[in-house]
Write a protein that binds this ligand. Structure first.
Ligand code: NDP
Length: 376
């Protein structure tokens, strides 16, 4: 393995000897689990701009997006974001490193980085248009990184950033909630037992909301343990009737999609500013299948039509929620974690050598929290 002496950029003089190559799991074509390849000759990333930090990855976790991206999901839009020229130059994303969460240690910083120094323990959610964290090193901008909670291990910390960034973006930006505006709110989380659900329950309880959750019967103990006030088994024949007998909700966070919005939109308080936020949107699917322009138009039209219908029929706001990179938001999550108000929910752990097995576990479905990969 080749090693190079630290370049010692800007304000940092890294005590680490930076490597020119690293171990990583990557794909050089889209497909099922067989396309995942291990390489210890992958070029290591470097700090290329003054606001970047380079992180040695100690642990990462998998998200449904990793399985989808392994199969090519979102390639058109993500490639446009990676490099506008990729529209005419396909395959430029390869070799592609998946993995969105990171908990690790800063090893190098750009000259304008002010909040982080080599040796700092950090966590982050790596944007899907960047090279991911199923690798020894990853680079991010300073804005995307946050100091890791001190009270939990790297393995535990890696279970949180991507679901936290998504849930915060959906609940704050799309649903209009925040820690000071939650005490009298009733929130329904459709899909409470996976990564998004187990984090969102705890966040909303920490903010004082009343939380109802749908999940399978065998996940009831888990979600109640995390603070859910009411739990509805979505597989029960009378699940919809059961929900309809409840007091109406201010917010529905839909992490299930499909026909959920057909019945769950009617559970919101009418004409009171209630919001339906779904995380399962057709945007990337539409741009993949119809092309960037037609796909964006098609998805936008569907958003517009549903939002218009729900607004005029019941005064309910219909919105899409998306992951958004946000280091400062993770700072707030860190405080809740260190205060013991948010616990990591790690269902399974895999060593770095068993990344394909970790994908297989996630692909089987029925997640109960997160699947983590220990990298270092
Ligand atoms: P997970 O795979 O971790 O969890 C999904 C959970 O939903 C599982 O516990 C599953 O358990 C449960 N579930 C399945 N069907 C239903 C149902 N009909 N009703 C209630 N629960 C159900 O996924 P995540 O929590 O990480 O993500 C949730 C969704 O949000 C995914 O579709 C993901 O792609 C999307 N997402 C979107 C983002 C965005 O930027 N828009 C970002 C992040 C996630 P069981 O099958 O046993 O019931």
């Amino acid at each position: 393995r080749a090693w190079s002496v630290c370049l010692g950029r800007g304000v940092c003089s890294s005590p680490w000897r930076l490597q020119s190559s690293m171990s990583a799991w990557l794909v050089d074509q889209y497909g099922s689990n067989e396309v995942l390849k291990f390489s210890d000759e992958t070029p290591a990333p470097t700090v290329n701009s003054p606001n970047e930090v380079m992180v040695k990855v100690h642990a990462t976790s998998l998200n449904p997006l990793d399985i989808a991206m392994r199969g090519g999901y979102g390639a058109k839009l993500l490639n446009l974001r990676r490099d506008p020229l990729s529209v005419v130059n396909s395959d430029r994303e390869f070799p592609l490193i998946l993995g969105r969460d990171v908990s690790g240690v800063v090893v190098d910083c750009g000259s304008e980085v002010t909040h982080f120094f080599p040796g700092d323990e950090v966590w982050a959610a790596v944007p899907p248009w960047k090279q991911g964290s199923l690798a020894e090193f990853v680079t991010l901008t300073e804005f995307e990184v946050s100091h890791k909670p001190k009270s939990i291990s790297h393995t535990e910390a890696a279970s949180i950033p991507y679901v936290a960034s998504t849930a915060l973006s959906a609940l704050v930006n799309a649903a209009g909630l925040c820690k000071d505006r939650c005490a009298d709110k009733r929130v329904l989380i459709a899909g409470g037992s996976g990564g998004i659900g187990t984090f969102s329950i705890q966040l909303l309880k920490a903010w004082g909301a009343h939380v109802t959750v749908t999940c399978s019967q065998n996940a009831e103990g888990l979600v109640r343990g995390l603070g859910a006030d009411e739990v509805v088994n979505y597989m029960a024949e009378d699940a919809e009737e059961h929900l309809e007998t409840m007091e109406k909700f201010d917010v529905v966070l839909d992490g299930v999609g499909g026909d959920t919005e057909q019945w769950a939109m009617g559970l919101l308080k009418p004409w009171s500013g209630a919001k339906y936020v779904t995380l399962v949107t057709p945007l990337l699917h539409d741009t993949d299948s119809l092309g960037l322009l037609n796909g964006t138009f098609h998805a936008g039209l569907s958003l517009h039509n549903t939002a218009f219908q729900s607004a005029i029929s019941s005064g309910v706001f219909y919105r899409w929620g998306f992951y958004a990179p946000d280091g400062p938001a993770l700072d707030e999550v860190r405080e809740l974690v260190d205060a013991g108000k948010i616990l990591p929910v790690v269902e399974a752990q895999f060593p770095f050598a068993q990344v394909p097995q970790a994908f297989q576990k996630l692909e089987e479905g029925h997640a109960r929290g997160k699947t983590v990969v220990r990298v270092a």
